[in-house]
Design a protein. Structure first.
Length: 95
């Protein structure tokens, strides 16, 4: 799941960069994708869980701010994906 989120996050940043020339979107999505990728490479019971929760939290915060500011569909979808992934990966922290 983390590897899929990594790829989708990076793809979203690349699309924003190509369409709008948004360097912050490219850099931000690269950082989040890197965190998800590190989480996918490591077992969830070790540091992998910390990377995936960090990436999910960062995605939720960033997309939440953008959703409130712009009220556009893409940030709202990003917020929902971030919140759902935070709930998913956060369940591993409880075990």
């Amino acid at each position: 799941m983390a590897s899929v989120l990594s790829a989708l996050t990076l793809l979203g940043g690349l699309i924003a960069f190509v369409r709008k020339g948004s360097v912050p979107s490219l850099v931000g999505s690269s950082v989040i994708a890197l965190l998800y990728g590190a989480g996918a490479a490591l077992p969830l019971h070790s540091y992998g869980q910390q990377f995936t929760v960090s990436a999910s939290l960062l995605l939720t915060i960033v997309m939440g701010v953008r959703a409130i500011k712009t009220r556009k569909l893409v940030p709202i979808v990003g917020l929902v994906v971030g919140a759902l992934s935070l709930a998913y990966f956060g369940t591993f922290a409880k075990k």
